[in-house]
Design a protein around this ligand. Structure first.
Ligand SMILES: [Zn+2]
Length: 358
């Protein structure tokens, strides 16, 4: 009997709980005005809220959509803020880079001290005998003579400056356009230039361009006369005007550009900035690459810094002269001008000739 009563009580409790649940459920889905809301729509709203910003809202009421837009905008704002943060942090990052850049300038200054091919002070290392010269050491006198004489006899050794001019009839025989360039050069030098610019590009310096190669005697004469006239117009005497014009521009007959062996190579950044070839090219990474690698392709930096007294020309970080890889490497390593290098070779050849009795 007791067991039956307990079961009855439990059943009543279950019925009461069920009734309460039913009443509560009806209240939840009934608004104040008594209309019933579709529970599906509510769950749809929830799922819309979780859509990624910018996703299309295909269902839900207008109100829901505008809520979503607002939220999307909020999300965008947050993204903008984080972008701003990123910008700030990258700004400070580039600030550091600029500092690093200043450091590079410092390195540039250091490099100025050890400019290859630029100074006359490198003479301590200049060999006075073919026996001590890197290219002829170990050779017999006869071999050294033959080796040095072959180069000095070739067109690649020609020394041209204000004291050693060529005539108006001088012209190289085989001129071609280096690949992708607009100025002709002697064929071997052109090939070397093509290879050098290609290697520079591979190392990430695609900004280097050939700005001048072969020039005819007549074009050089025109250029020089025009420049001289500019100084005459400024009130200089004929002699003064020619001297000033000759600081950068070779008088006709004294320009290496006549030979097709000279190349003016510069960064287009510099030319676009100044409208001409400018000394500040030597502060660029492109110049540092050239200075380091030009000899591997047979070129020397011809008119070095602090070498004006010897070369007769102001510093030209853009002017490179082809003399072949062996001699270019030797000349750049000795850190002397081509005037000094050429003179040294003549002496060493004469010494070897005397020793060899040829
Ligand atoms: Zn030049």
């Amino acid at each position: 009997m007791k067991r039956r009563q307990l079961t009855l009580i439990l059943t009543l409790i279950v019925i009461i709980i069920a009734a309460i649940t039913v009443v509560l459920t009806i209240n939840i889905f009934t608004k104040d005005d008594g209309t019933t809301v579709d529970p599906q729509q509510d769950s749809q709203k929830e799922s819309n809220d979780t859509l990624a910003p910018g996703s299309d809202v295909t269902s839900g009421t207008g109100t829901d959509t505008s809520d979503l837009d607002k939220e999307t905008n909020n999300t965008n704002n947050e993204t903008d803020n984080s972008d701003t943060d990123k910008d700030n942090s990258s700004d400070s990052g580039s600030g550091s880079s600029e500092n690093a850049g200043s450091g590079i300038s410092g390195t540039g200054d250091t490099e100025t001290g050890s400019n290859p091919g630029n100074t006359a002070s490198g003479s301590t290392a200049v060999p006075t005998s073919y026996k001590d010269f890197s290219l002829t050491s170990g050779m017999s006198a006869a071999q050294a003579y033959e080796y040095l004489d072959e180069f000095l006899d070739s067109k690649y050794s020609i020394l041209i400056n204000k004291q050693n001019k060529v005539g108006s009839d001088y012209a190289p025989s085989d001129l071609v356009l280096p690949q992708g360039c607009s100025y002709q050069m002697e064929s071997t030098a052109a090939k070397a230039l093509t290879d050098m610019l290609s290697a520079a590009r591979q190392d990430g310096y695609s900004d280097l361009i050939l700005y001048s190669g072969y020039r005819t005697y007549a074009s050089q004469k025109n250029k020089f006369e025009n420049r001289t006239q500019q100084y005459l117009n400024q009130g200089y005497s004929q002699q003064q005007a020619e001297e000033k014009a000759g600081e950068y521009l070779a008088p006709p007959g004294s320009s290496e550009h006549h030979t097709g062996l000279a190349a003016d190579v510069c960064s287009s950044k510099i030319v676009n900035k100044y409208g001409y070839l400018d000394d500040s090219f030597d502060t660029t990474d492109e110049f540092k690459w050239l200075e380091q690698h030009c000899a591997e392709y047979g070129f020397i930096l011809r008119y070095g810094k602090s070498a004006e007294d010897i070369t007769g020309f102001l510093y030209e970080p853009w002017h490179y002269r082809y003399i072949g890889t062996d001699h270019a490497k030797a000349c750049m390593a000795l850190g002397i001008t081509y005037e000094e290098y050429h003179s040294m070779l003549v002496k060493l050849r004469d010494e070897a000739k005397a020793d060899a009795n040829v």
